[in-house]
Design a protein around this ligand. Sequence first.
Ligand SMILES: *Cc1c(COP(=O)(O)O)cnc(C)c1O
Length: 384
Amino acid sequence: MRSTFLPFSPPLIGDEEIAEVVDTLRSDWITTGPKTKRFEAEFGQYVEAPAALAVNSCTAALHTALVALGIGPGDEVITTTLTFAASVNVIEHVGARPVLVDVEPDTLNMNPVLVEKAITPRTKAIMVVHHSGHPADLDALRALAEPRGIPIIEDAAHAVAARYKGRPIGSGNNPAAFSFYATKNLTTAEGGMLTGDPEFVERCRVISLHGLNREAWKRYGKEGSWYYEVVFPGFKYNMTDLQASLGLVQLRRLEAMQSRRRAIVAAYQREFASLDAFQTPIARPEVEHAWHLYVLRLWPERLNMTRNQFIEELKARNIGTSVHFIPIHIHPYYRDKYGYKPHDFPVAFDSYERMVSLPLSPRLSDQDVADVIDAVLDVAATRV
Ligand SMILES: *Cc1c(COP(=O)(O)O)cnc(C)c1O
């Protein structure tokens, strides 16, 4: 057994990131400036986005997109119950109603058949989450959304470097929101990126920074660069050049980090796929999985142990884990406001009760990976 605790998802920050941050600190510009511009351009190019806007979180990107789409009170936004609170909180922020749907048993992504049933005349957007980094069935969702003129917003927090039918997530004209939170595949500590149609993204740029019309000073050139106009009561969602410094270096390392993630996943799959106590994650043939998470689902009867006990046993063996996610509909705010019962979304709830996310980070050494495998196999072997 390992002697030190293995955290669930430690960030991989190297000397290059540190040097780039120090370079910014020593420069004349520490907040949104040249490095943020460069990060937007390079990230946009990487995901083949029509346009990109750097912000200070994925939550900010999602909120900004909803505001820019004009979604508000009386409107409904369809999304998955198996997501992080941020995806759904922002729908509440704009005063709209989140309409939750259940997930597909294999991918844990929003089930398009159930999305169709949830559509009403008040549906103003479908917010899809690419759970774990496995792209959702975008073609099925587009077939529902496009004829009805309903926009699709992608919560791509897990999906940097993911591809659906050969196209990178973020390459579409619809809004896609990426997260650079500390645990994500590419991190700026906190940060996010909104991609989409260039005209839409420029509107979001205004909304994301106090509603300042930055074109104003150009139109009123003689009055100088001090001049601005507030055209909307916007937000303070801009990314700093300190964050962009991290992002620029992380982006250059992303392919190598992704290949390390894939190697770790392959090692887990080799060991766990044949055991009857576990349901291992899958990747459909038409996708490139970003492998943000490795979500193992247990068969508690076969393991003779609950998920919570399994997590405690791993913790006792110095292995950190997590759960993605506690379904939205069982959180007190949403449960009470909308009267949800746990089994209203049976696939998500059942999966939640059986799931555990194992450590997955390019930071893990071969020994770390071997320690995780040994611990899981050891716990599985102790079943009575
Ligand atoms: C991390 C995460 C977010 C929020 O990202 P932030 O950058 O922390 O705002 C949103 N949705 C999902 C599915 C996430 O995992």
